[in-house]
Design a protein around this ligand. Structure first.
Ligand SMILES: NC(=O)c1ccc[n+]([C@@H]2O[C@H](COP(=O)([O-])OP(=O)(O)OC[C@H]3O[C@@H](n4cnc5c(N)ncnc54)[C@H](OP(=O)(O)O)[C@@H]3O)[C@@H](O)[C@H]2O)c1
Length: 316
């Protein structure tokens, strides 16, 4: 074992992290997290967030341990409300520890891990909660999360059309250049949402951008932004009429403005659906409120480390 932590950058992570490998690992982690009485061997407190009000920023600390994966990790995330479409609003660093003695083994750039694990968890929710026909995908927001969701959703599901909206044309045009696949650029959120079978909200909005009256009955919504108790992406109409799934009940009640301010009732955690202890009510309109969990980062970082180690042993 190295005496000093190794450093793994985003380029190396892109080379070793495979969506097809990460997907089942995340699905298992969600089920373990939602096992009754902590039987799944997951330890994960709700994220601690420090506002940096002077600069419109936040610093979040996300520790977790998975006994099954033997993964002990803390992610440190920084997110800033910015008006520039060229500056990154999110930065993340993942620290991987040796669970046997607490020694720091690796410092990893958190960008790729966060982008892939978030989109894959939305895809897992969609796999369980979608209705049979998936023709139209709508993405509200056009930042890095919109890109990773586009890539994973168009690989995993047979959508015939993808509609994208963001507040500025500039941002959507940048998105279209990045993803290279077919996209219909929409001039309003409503235009993008009408007729969609799956809607993904990946914005930094603090007021609703998605309204229930636009959503096709029986559609599935992945609500990925609005991670502060006073921030919204979805209106009360949608929150109260849809069947509401969350990643973590405890986090949703503490961090999600959409859940707290609408007073909507949580039906189940996604991990309970994966385990089969709660049903997937696919015929109804469903919302998966994702806040992002440290356990997702923990199992993803462990996978990155294991694959990186194999690759480097082969080299030497
Ligand atoms: N649940 C999870 O696990 C998880 C993980 C990571 C990130 N997230 C969240 O996912 C969201 C997207 O992340 P990202 O990295 O792609 O962010 P980003 O680069 O900041 O993307 C922001 C997008 O939101 C739009 N936007 C910014 N402010 C807005 C406002 N006030 N109203 C409406 N739209 C607004 C931007 O549009 P314009 O530039 O065109 O104005 C852009 O399309 C963020 O809320 C982030 O916190 C969630």
């Amino acid at each position: 074992m190295a005496e000093h932590p190794i450093s793994i950058g985003s380029g190396e992570i892109e080379q070793v992290l495979r969506d097809t490998e990460l997907l089942p690992v995340l699905e298992r982690a969600l089920a373990n997290f939602s096992s009754e009485g902590g039987g799944g061997g997951v330890e994960q407190p709700v994220r601690s967030t420090v506002p940096v009000a002077k600069y419109n920023g936040f610093l979040g600390v996300m520790p977790a341990y998975s006994a099954e994966d033997d993964a002990l990790v803390t992610k440190i995330v920084r997110f800033y409300q910015t008006t520039s479409s060229s500056a990154s609003s999110h930065h993340a660093t993942v620290l991987l520890f040796d669970p046997r003695n607490g020694i720091l083994k690796a410092v990893m750039d958190g960008r790729v891990i966060t982008e892939r694990r978030t989109a894959l968890v939305s895809a897992i929710a969609t796999k369980y909660l979608k209705r049979q026909n998936l023709d139209v995908l709508c993405i509200l927001g056009a930042g890095p999360q919109a890109v990773s969701h586009y890539e994973i959703f168009t690989q995993m599901f047979p959508f015939k059309q993808v509609k994208v909206w963001s507040r500025t044309r500039e941002r959507v045009e940048k998105f279209v250049k990045t993803v290279k696949g077919p996209v219909q650029m929409c001039t309003s959120a409503k235009e993008a949402v009408l007729g969609a079978d799956v809607v993904i909200t990946v914005t930094m909005a603090t007021e609703p951008v998605l309204f229930g009256e636009w959503v096709k009955p029986g559609a599935h919504v992945n609500a990925v932004g609005a991670c502060r108790p006073e921030w919204r992406e979805l209106d009360d109409g949608l929150m109260k009429s849809a069947v509401l799934y969350v990643d973590s009940r405890e986090a949703a009640m503490r961090e999600s403005g959409d859940v707290i301010l609408s007073g909507a009732e949580i039906f189940a955690e996604l991990g309970e659906v994966v385990k089969g202890t709660k049903p997937a009510l696919c015929e109804r309109t469903t919302v998966f409120k994702s806040l992002g969990m440290a356990i997702e980062d923990a199992v993803a970082a462990k996978l990155v480390y294991d694959r990186w180690e194999v690759k480097n042993k082969q080299k030497s």
